[in-house]
Design a protein around this ligand. Structure first.
Ligand code: NDP
Ligand code: OXD
Length: 309
């Protein structure tokens, strides 16, 4: 039996080597050179081609090579009997928490303003914003959102979290559901998106939500491009409703050259690098899920088709 790595647009030599170290060459096949499709029990994919699944009669599970599983759920041709999962490693979580913390401190230490001052050679010391004046709201309190919330609390920030189901997390002010979103938005000054992309969360970052935040709020968007109404973001920044946006994910990646975000003075762009999965950790989880399949155990991070994450 074997694992198939199907990531046509992503180089994964590191993961392949680490997986071969764990399972041996016989048990690892890499797209498009799948020589024994009849042996594939587990497929690990990122932007895979659709309609390939009839080639794998023994397939039991498909894993997303990342925390987001939206690309799996966009493929209606994966047989319903096949389990879905995702790869979430300790370093992926840690990098995300640190990335968000770094941006929160950028805001608190007023780095966007200080850099603007440098551009016009203006010397004006600006004190930090008091942490108590910067309540943070996190959309999505799953693996990454909860870890991020805990780190921010450790650093003395007041943190609100929004999820689908009610939660009680020590030190975090929890909100849920449609009403909860409004309640949270009116209390926070920094909004962080760490949601999965689903039918329900698509477009959640829109002008209505931005208008509920207190004036001159900040956005840190590290979820998925389609959470954000890009035109609404420009409108919210230009009207002063939002102060600055830090955006890591986009509708179209790489961001097209003529996209207005590139030159907007209040938007800071990073090329979808908030957190990355180290090859050895990915291989460890893949090997573990491969073992779980053989032993008829649940996947480490199962994805539910119904809820979309
Ligand atoms: P999880 O599945 O662990 O958590 C998802 C969270 O979102 C849960 O708290 C869930 O609520 C909440 N949620 C889902 N739907 C709704 C809804 N309709 N209303 C309110 N809350 C909702 O995901 P992860 O934390 O592992 O990952 C989150 C996302 O981060 C990924 O899907 C991906 O989009 C993004 N990501 C970005 C990366 C980057 O480099 N920019 C890297 C890795 C991930 P509940 O708890 O009630 O189920
Ligand atoms: C992920 C990502 O989902 O990198 O892991 O976006």
């Amino acid at each position: 039996m074997s694992v198939a790595l199907i990531t046509p647009n992503r180089s994964i030599k590191g993961i392949e080597n680490a997986l071969v170290d764990k399972l041996g060459t016989e048990q690892v096949q890499v797209w498009p050179d799948i020589v024994h499709p009849e042996e594939v029990q587990l497929a690990v994919t990122w932007d895979h081609p659709h309609e390939i699944w009839s080639r794998f009669p023994k397939l039991q599970a498909v894993l997303s090579l990342g925390a987001g599983a939206d690309h799996l759920l966009k493929d209606p041709t994966i047989p319903k009997s096949v389990k879905l999962g995702r790869v979430v490693t300790p370093t992926l979580k840690q990098q995300m928490t640190e990335f968000v913390l770094m941006h929160v401190y950028w805001i608190q230490r007023r780095m966007p303003q200080l850099w603007m001052q440098q551009k016009i050679m203006h010397w004006k010391p600006l004190p930090p914003i008091e942490k108590g004046h910067l309540p943070v709201g996190i959309l999505g309190m799953g693996q990454l959102g909860t870890a991020t919330a805990n780190l921010l609390v450790e650093h003395g920030f007041t943190v609100h979290g929004w999820s689908r189901s009610p939660k009680q997390i020590e030190g975090i002010i929890s909100h849920h559901g449609h009403e909860g979103l409004g309640h949270m938005a009116e209390k926070v000054r920094i909004l962080i998106c760490l949601l999965p992309l689903t039918n329900k969360t698509k477009g959640v970052l829109n002008f209505d939500l931005f208008s509920m935040l207190s004036d001159s709020a900040w956005l840190i968007h590290v979820g998925r491009g389609e959470h954000l109404n890009e035109q609404d973001l420009i409108q919210a920044l230009d009207s002063g409703q939002l102060d600055t946006a830090f955006v890591d994910v986009f509708h179209k990646e790489p961001l097209p050259q003529d996209h207005p975000f590139w030159k907007h003075s209040d938007i800071y762009i990073t090329p979808h690098i908030a957190s990355l999965t180290p090859p050895d950790e990915a291989a460890r989880q893949i090997a573990d899920d491969f073992r779980r399949i053989q032993q008829n155990q649940p996947l480490s991070y199962p994805v539910d088709r119904q809820s979309g994450y």
